[in-house]
Design a binder for this molecule. Structure first.
Ligand SMILES: [Zn+2]
Length: 377
């Protein structure tokens, strides 16, 4: 079955052009300029961007990936799909090893089904001093042997491990993760500049939500932020919700790292797509007020209620990026990090037909995943 989408303003990393595209069996088979050679579904001159790729997401629509409940996870995935995310990683938080293994083997089945693109362990190998919304009582010293057990539960679907490089056993665990094809991400860390460099040398390639849960930049003690920003091997995650990171600091990071090393993430939790109220994140109670999630005890920010369409829109309207720059941060760069850029991350022949149609105000007007409309424009 073939479908032509005509009268589109197609956004690629190289630029924006008026054109059309053809989709067959869930894949993009032609991308053309100007008028379509045959009648198609007109998009009325609206922008089309590649489906968003979210590397760091704890849930939505009331569902929380750390519980491992498949029905609730499906609802969370569906919520984020309606907001344009067509590839997403499910992030777990610090928990007891048994609970982590159980949630992992449950979510691995959703990875088998293609609903999730992988599983991310944000903890338990993180710093007590920078644990944010993670349960400090369940933090552990990194251990390659123990992490190997969690990898087994994931049956090849564990894609990322957030780890604090200064902890005993961290460098061995980073080396082991990298050797197993798991992205080692440095974050929730109190490391010095030098300890961070050691983590990168050991094989870490991602910075978990840069700025958040890290010591601030200091001119005599640059700390992990400077090390992660300046190293060409590292891709930085940023939560672009206007709460976690000030737009000026987001621009600063982007100026240093550039579009090929910057990935916008949601870090969304169960309240995404829901109203204010009381939720849980792992074993911690969270209260959401005016869309901002904070621990019920203390005032740590506890994930976000962000969706990728809002992250994209803010990148253009609040941060000042062009559409072509923004699609790199929300699709292509995270797809490359995940190792799925051969099939996702941009509008190109041969890739999956994962598309988002946007209104002039950059609101979602349509979403297609693998050639099927999730939201029909
Ligand atoms: Zn998170």
């Amino acid at each position: 079955m073939s479908l032509t989408l005509a009268d589109a303003r197609i956004v690629t990393p190289e630029g924006v052009h008026d054109g059309w595209l053809t989709i067959e069996d869930g894949r993009i088979t032609h991308v053309g300029h100007g008028a379509a050679p045959r009648a198609g579904h007109s998009l009325g001159g609206r922008h089309v961007v590649p489906g968003f790729v979210d590397l760091h997401n704890h849930g939505g629509a009331g569902g929380s990936f750390p519980t491992g409940e498949q029905d609730r996870a499906r609802e969370a995935v569906a919520l984020h799909e309606r907001h344009g995310t067509t590839t997403m990683v499910a992030s777990l938080v610090t928990g007891a090893l048994d609970d982590l293994a159980r949630a992992t083997s449950s979510l691995a089945e959703l990875c088998d089904d293609g609903l999730l693109a992988g599983i991310h362990f944000e903890g338990p190998y993180i710093s007590r001093a920078r644990c944010g919304a993670h349960n400090p009582g369940l933090l552990r010293e990194p251990s390659p042997r123990e992490f190997g057990e969690l990898l087994k539960a994931g049956r090849g679907h564990v894609r990322m491990l957030t780890i604090a490089p200064e902890l005993p056993g961290a460098l061995e665990t980073i080396r082991m993760a990298a050797a197993e094809g798991v992205l080692a991400a440095l974050g929730h860390s109190d490391a010095t500049y030098e300890q961070t460099l050691a983590g990168i040398e050991a094989g870490a390639t991602v910075a978990t939500h840069l700025y958040n849960a890290l010591p601030p930049l200091g001119h005599r003690a640059p700390g992990p932020i400077a090390a992660l920003l300046e190293d060409e091997r590292v891709t930085i995650e940023l939560i672009n919700d206007g709460v976690h990171v000030h737009p000026a600091m987001l621009r600063l990071a982007y100026e240093v790292a550039g579009p090929a090393r910057t990935a916008l993430i949601t870090d969304a939790m169960a309240a995404a797509g829901m109203g204010d109220g009381t939720y849980v994140l792992g074993s911690m109670d969270v209260i959401v007020t005016d869309g901002v999630a904070r621990l019920a005890e203390g005032d740590s920010i506890a994930g976000s209620t962000l969706t990728m369409d809002v992250a994209f829109r803010r990148a253009v309207q609040e941060v000042g990026l062009t559409l072509s720059e923004a699609v790199q941060l929300t699709s292509l760069t995270p797809a490359r990090v995940l190792g799925v850029a051969d099939r996702a991350g941009s509008i190109a022949v041969g890739k999956a037909a994962d598309l988002v149609v946007l209104s002039d105000e950059l609101e979602v007007a349509g979403v297609m995943k693998r050639g099927a409309w999730v939201v029909e424009p």
